[in-house]
Design a protein around this ligand. Structure first.
Ligand code: FES
Length: 343
């Protein structure tokens, strides 16, 4: 006889049952990852702090101009912290449901919806597309939307068995199922606790810019600020330099401040930073890790990627921390008259 939490009545087919076991490693991975992602957000106060460059609001503001659902993202900005909370709790529900096999198909549909929303926002500008993880998660959920837990290690199966008429086998199965349910709950609680501890440890080990942490700037070398190669090219006053487009007025950006613009060469988001009276630097705002749009944090003079915490120097674009593999691309700038130009 097969225990009910292993094979419920609705999964009578042997082939489907085997599929459940084959899918189990992927199911555990997705469940653990979503629980981990949720706890990482819930244990990270800057994620809910609108003034932090690592907040969900900062991320939404950054992706809105390039996302196909940008207007919806901008509308949601009025309650950005609530969006962050819904995402975190949604990830938690999806992860726990998947691990326990509880409403497994619904949990998978929720996971798919979350991954799709991330794909349309944070991963939309990732190029090539396969560098972004969200499209992989989106597709990884599809078998679970179709078959759920397939009757393997599943609370759904246990509950279905409980609903069957009482009998010898059913009584024994219910006893076994109760044990399985308790074991699964205890295991999930332990897993959630471990994940929370790991999330906190990771958060504590990650250098956070001052604006995100609320104090204690991580001071680093300011880079080759006065290198002649970094100085804007001089041009006759008032005449636009050939092939360049005006970004902003000289006077409209304070020293130490930055302004977002679209890179004239690619149309992608970029940052212009004024670091001196007549010194301007411009960089692509596209993170070299997975293509999220980085934010500028004036107190720390760093670019901060809201997706995975990558940080870059705002003086030369070099990587200061996190997963980005290479610096931000520099964009050529020039001063002419009262305007700053870029190409
Ligand atoms: S996209 Fe991963 S750190 Fe920026």
């Amino acid at each position: 006889m097969t225990a009910p939490w292993v094979r419920g009545p609705e999964w009578g087919s042997r082939g489907l049952h085997q599929t459940g076991w084959v899918l189990l490693p992927l199911r555990v991975f997705l469940g653990v990852t979503f629980v981990f992602a949720a706890l990482q957000k819930l244990a990270n106060p800057p994620f809910f702090d609108a003034s932090s460059p690592a907040s969900v609001e900062a991320q939404m503001r950054a992706v809105a101009p390039t996302s196909p659902i940008g207007p919806l993202v901008e509308l949601s900005l009025h309650a950005g912290w609530l969006v962050g909370l819904v995402i975190a709790l949604g990830e938690l529900a999806v992860g726990v449901g998947t691990l326990l096999g509880l409403r497994a198909r619904l949990a998978a549909a929720g996971g798919m919806l979350l991954a799709f929303s991330f794909f349309l926002t944070v991963s939309w500008t990732t190029s090539p597309y396969y560098y972004g993880a969200d499209i992989v998660f989106l597709l990884a959920w599809t078998p679970f939307v179709a078959v759920g837990a397939a009757g393997v290690l599943s609370v759904d199966s246990f509950l279905a068995e409980r609903r069957r008429p009482p009998g010898g086998d059913a009584a024994r199965a219910a006893t076994l199922g109760r044990r399985a349910l308790v074991s699964a709950a205890v295991g999930s609680a332990c897993l959630a606790g471990l994940t929370a501890l790991l999330g906190r440890a990771l958060h504590a080990a990650t250098p956070v810019p001052r604006a995100a942490a609320g104090g204690g700037a991580d001071q680093r070398s300011s880079g080759p600020r006065d290198h002649p190669a970094n100085q804007p090219s001089p041009h006759p006053a008032g005449r636009p330099p050939p092939g360049m487009q005006a970004v902003t007025d000289v006077a409209s950006v304070g020293i130490g401040q930055g302004v977002r613009f679209s890179d004239p060469a690619t149309g992608q988001p970029a940052w212009l930073i004024r670091s001196g009276a007549r010194r301007y630097d411009a960089f692509s705002a596209v993170c070299t890790h997975a293509g999220c749009t980085v934010n500028y944090d004036p107190p720390s003079k760093q670019f901060v990627c809201p997706c995975h915490g990558g940080t870059y120097s705002a003086s030369d674009g070099r990587v200061l921390g996190g997963p980005p593999p290479s610096p931000l691309a520099r964009i050529k700038v020039a001063l002419s008259g009262k305007k700053v130009y870029a190409r």
